[in-house]
Design a protein around this ligand. Structure first.
Ligand SMILES: [Zn+2]
Length: 320
């Protein structure tokens, strides 16, 4: 089926990087009727660079993706190469697009390369759902601009799950990944990271939420504490998961889930892990982050910090 047929339902996970989107997509992928493709916006770059599938093999050697990419109506021959290259290049465009959209008051048309990237991805959603016998796709792409490009395209119905995580945890995670940098660079990084967290979340609310078919917001911390209750946070999605859809816990456990092998095209290293996995919030920032860094993050994320319930009172309750 292509973009001109029935639209495909896609559960799109939006939110700032390091907000737990990979594990959330894996949990959703365990529900009957849903197929998790990981971060689909990186598919073409992964195909061109021989990246790995979640099942561990090269994407181009994975039986599932070979079938999907052969069957999907992505152009063939030279056109195919051009489309793949254009789609891979739109990543730099995705970074500046939100600001263009805001400036144009959401009225302007999308750049052609981005329209083609979205159309090619939607064709893949249809082919992947057919190959996996799924009724809906889970895409953990996160990017607000890519979500907007999808909602402006034919052939897809976007159900946005906006996952938010305490900005102190997110900033700490970003800084941890730059631990080799000097103290001065890291100091600057706190402010930059706090603003980046705000920007991703503001843009998700400003440009993605109004154009989505459905929108639900959940906190990573709530999911990580009680993964089995995931569907109660996103009730509109329960129907997509079909009757009896629920996250299975290991017997006698409250936070150990059994994850299947997946075919995600991109995401963090968590996606390569299958079998019993303990899901719990990573709260290292509470002991490892300086008071000054915490204060900076709070000062520059305050309105959203409150809006999402990461205020002082709530955190004291959690700390008990
Ligand atoms: Zn695979």
């Amino acid at each position: 089926m292509d973009g001109r047929g029935m639209p495909i339902d896609v559960i799109y996970i939006a939110g700032a990087p390091r907000s737990g989107t990979t594990i959330l997509s894996q949990l959703l992928g365990e529900l009957p009727g849903l197929f998790n493709v990981g971060e689909a916006r990186f598919l073409w770059r992964q195909v061109l660079s021989s990246g790995r599938c979640g099942c561990g093999t090269r994407l181009i050697a994975c039986d599932f993706w070979r079938e999907v990419l052969t069957d999907s109506p992505v152009p063939s021959g030279d056109d195919r190469t051009r489309t793949l290259a254009a789609a891979a290049l739109t990543h730099s465009r995705l970074r500046t697009l939100p600001w263009e959209l805001v400036v144009r008051r959401l009225g302007g048309s999308l750049p052609r390369a981005l329209r083609e990237h979205a159309a090619a991805t939607i064709a893949v959603y249809h082919a992947a759902a057919a190959a996996a016998h799924a009724s809906a796709i889970v895409d953990a792409s996160k990017s607000p601009s890519f979500a907007y490009a999808l909602t402006a395209s034919e052939g897809v119905r976007l159900h946005v799950v906006h996952v938010v995580r305490d900005p102190r945890a997110v900033v700490h995670s970003w800084l941890r990944s730059q631990s080799g940098a000097s103290a001065r660079v890291r100091g600057r990084g706190v402010l930059y990271s706090a603003l980046k967290w705000s920007a991703w979340n503001v843009l998700t609310e400003l440009i993605v939420r109004p154009s989505a078919a459905t929108y639900a917001r959940l906190r990573y911390e709530d999911v990580a504490r009680a993964p089995a209750a995931l569907l109660s946070h996103i009730a509109p999605l329960a129907s997509q998961a079909g009757p009896g859809g629920r996250i299975g816990l290991l017997e006698g456990e409250t936070s150990v889930v059994e994850l299947s092998t997946n075919h995600t095209v991109f995401g963090n290293g968590q996606r390569f892990i299958s079998g019993p996995v303990r899901v719990e919030p990573d709260e290292e920032w509470r002991v490892a982050m300086s008071r000054r860094a915490r204060a900076t993050v709070i000062a520059f994320t305050w309105p959203l910090l409150r809006r999402y319930g990461f205020n002082g009172r709530d955190l004291r309750r959690i700390a008990l």
